[in-house]
Design a protein around this ligand. Structure first.
Ligand code: COA
Length: 378
């Protein structure tokens, strides 16, 4: 069969099938296993959404109770992982720390030998990592910044515990918990995005679950993908005053620099994931009496939409919301990873349940065949 030529960046190419989520760019909707993300944000916790992605449907009450109990029971990580973070420093990138933590969990897990790829094997590992990743995210940062470890509290929900371990503050208010919880739902899954695709490639070699997740974390780290949410906040902080926003953005546009948190390979008329988090983030800002980040964001958004017809993606409002939650900027992308783990896991299971090695061809653009001359003649 004559191979088809793909566009640069595989743009427009359908690289496979999935039943996990549906991106509809005409209706501008995103469905997780048939459910609209905005309705999921309104009616379900992130834990229910995680269950939905890892299974075929939303849990009933007893399934949810069992899933939550498992998650709360398995939040701890081995002390050796904390100790390994002790050997690293503030200059270690938190996504690298996350990769180290996940790889260590894989190396320690006696059930992770090659070939342990059945659906049940993968589901158990997914549930374990779902419970453990917030601990790695929060405490890898704390340890490398000489802050005391905050151990997980099984009395808290997933989002409340995550926020508690990051900030060290108990008694989080309902709005703050809702902002983080909904952001996790919105970040959880997005079809064949770059990190998910890379996880599927690794899974397709029949490598193990943890290796596929480490691959995906490495891919998510880049600023064109998950790393954008951190870059958005650095940009907003650089602007700092609403009065400076217009000239700052025009300057960037004149230099042909990309504006982080804008644009998307699939969405051309806006990203359906932005509305919920924008609204909740604004409410949080008003409650805290800090409105300048949203004022700056509005100016930036109006200019980019009007002059370039490019719309904000989820990373744009999420950055401000996380900043208002008092989350260190370095943790924005690792938090995204802890959420996207659920989508990655669903895709790894889907890939390995009906596997064929992912191995595309490429066009050759180098020299034609030539002779090797001796070293004296080169
Ligand atoms: N700021 C300024 N211009 C942008 C832009 C941005 N954020 N995103 C896209 N564009 C421009 C491109 O420069 C290009 O212009 P050109 O045709 O004059 O060269 C045009 O829009 C098409 O963009 P392209 O880079 O082909 O889109 P893509 O599908 O390859 O890339 C992204 C998609 C997401 C990588 C890209 O929009 C981007 O880099 N955004 C910023 C990073 C980000 O927010 N990533 C998170 C994504 S969820």
């Amino acid at each position: 069969m004559e191979p088809m030529r793909a566009n640069k960046g595989l743009a427009g190419l359908i690289a496979g099938e999935t039943a996990v989520s549906k991106v509809d760019t005409t209706l501008n909707t995103l469905l997780y296993r048939g459910y609209d993300i905005n309705e999921l944000c309104e009616k379900c916790s992130f834990t229910e959404v995680a269950y939905l992605l890892l299974h075929d449907d939303l849990p009933n009450q007893s399934q949810l109770n069992e899933f939550e109990q498992f998650e709360k029971k398995h939040r701890k990580i081995p002390e050796s992982i904390y100790e390994s973070f002790g050997a690293l420093t503030t200059t270690s990138h938190p996504m690298d720390l996350l990769k180290i933590g996940v790889s260590m969990l894989g190396a320690i897990n006696p059930d992770n030998e090659l070939g342990s790829n059945t659906h049940e094997d993968n589901l158990t590992k997914a549930k374990l990592l779902f419970a453990q990743m917030p601990n790695i995210v929060a405490n890898s940062y704390r340890i490398t910044h000489d802050m005391p470890i905050v151990r997980p509290d099984p009395n808290f929900s997933y989002a409340e515990n995550f926020l508690y371990m990051i900030t060290g503050k108990k008694d989080q208010d309902d709005l703050s918990i809702k902002v983080l919880d909904n952001s996790l739902t919105l970040y959880a899954e997005h079809g064949y995005n770059a990190s998910t695709f890379s996880a599927r490639v690794t899974a397709s070699t029949l490598s193990d679950f943890y290796s596929s997740i480490s691959t995906a974390i490495g891919t998510l780290k880049g600023p064109l993908h998950g790393g954008a949410n951190e870059q958005v906040m650095y940009m907003l902080k650089d602007i700092n005053e609403p009065s400076k926003a217009e000239s700052y953005i025009h300057d960037k546009m004149n230099k042909k620099e990309k504006i982080m948190g804008f644009g998307h390979r699939l969405y051309r008329t806006g990203d359906s994931r932005t509305a919920v988090i924008k609204t909740l983030g604004k409410q949080l800002g008003q409650k805290l009496g800090i409105t300048k980040w949203h004022e700056i964001s509005n100016i930036v958004e109006n200019i980019i939409v009007k002059e370039k017809n490019i719309y904000p993606n989820l990373d744009f409002p999420a950055a401000t919301a996380y900043y208002l939650l008092d989350i260190p900027i370095d943790l924005f992308t690792p938090i995204f990873a802890a959420s996207r783990l659920t989508g990655w896991a669903a895709h790894i299971m889907e890939q390995q349940d009906d596997n064929r090695l992912i191995r595309p061809s490429c066009d050759y653009s180098g020299n034609e065949k030539r002779n090797v001359s001796t070293i004296q003649n080169r």
